[in-house]
Design a protein around this ligand. Structure first.
Ligand code: PXP
Length: 247
């Protein structure tokens, strides 16, 4: 049984960016993100996510081609809303595009997208992606203004930024914001995803939010893979999610 009011199956999508980070540290040809993606799928992943950054610091264009050719589960392309990325997405037509903010100097995506800025451009981008048959999602903070604006711009889904919760999971307000945000988004007709900073230790409370149907998790799983292998790392996360999802 799913949590009250929730999706039956909480999808686990693995972000494989940091497989490419290791490769790029040596500008070598291993480890191969596409091979990692296939092993994640074999271990039970429901989808694969990769962020093609403007600076190409980890995932390269050829990785996206290889992953999309190889995997059997849905592919979620994370990208900034730039002309270059939009052209790539419209050419490749991934299952889903998640729009994220991007700043060159940041270590990782630091905050959610400001969906109140340049609404015309965002609406146009979402319309063009949807017209190409691509499911659209916006990575936003669990802020009512951002959630309402995401629905108003025509997104199909939002991904709630779980970073604040992950950094302060003992503060009940960070979890309450995710729970309230998920409920608000669902009632606005948006599908609800979540991710950033999730680990086996903190995923439970997020997985228990019934409105959430997809989690995007990368760094912790790739880190655990160093010690236990990628298949075991995926299974550990799946087990932690499933334990929390049962009411
Ligand atoms: N979701 C989005 C939109 C992200 O930008 C990232 C990080 O690339 C993740 C999920 C995964 O975060 P983490 O690597 O901390 O699990």
């Amino acid at each position: 049984m799913a949590a009250a009011g929730g999706a039956e199956h909480l999808r686990l999508c693995i972000n494989i960016d940091h497989v490419a980070t290791i490769r790029q540290a040596r500008l070598a040809d291993e480890p191969d993100p596409a091979l990692a993606a296939v092993q994640c799928e074999a271990a039970g992943a429901d989808g694969i996510t990769a962020h093609l950054r403007e600076d190409r610091r980890h995932i390269q264009d050829a990785d996206i081609d290889a992953v999309m050719r190889t995997i059997r589960t849905p592919f979620n392309l994370e990208m900034a809303l730039t002309d270059e990325m939009l052209a790539i997405a419209l050419r490749l037509r991934p299952h889903q595009v998640t729009l994220v903010p991007e700043r060159r100097q940041e270590v990782t995506t630091e905050g959610g997208l400001d969906v109140t800025r340049d609404p015309g451009r965002l609406r146009d981008g979402l319309t063009r992606l949807a017209a190409a048959g691509i499911r659209t999602s916006l990575f936003v903070d669990p802020d009512p203004r951002m959630i309402d604006a995401s629905a108003a711009r025509g997104a199909m889904a939002i991904e709630l930024h779980t970073g604040r919760y992950a950094h302060a999971s003992s503060d009940p307000a960070t979890l309450a914001a995710l729970r309230d945000g998920a409920i608000r988004a669902r009632s606005a007709g948006l599908a609800v995803h979540a991710g950033h900073g999730l680990t086996v230790a903190n995923v439970g409370a997020v997985a228990a939010i019934g409105e959430i149907e997809e989690l995007n998790i990368g760094h912790h799983i790739i880190s655990r893979a160093v010690f236990v292998g990628i298949a075991a790392a995926v299974r550990e996360m799946r087990t932690a999610m499933d334990a929390a999802r049962v009411p």
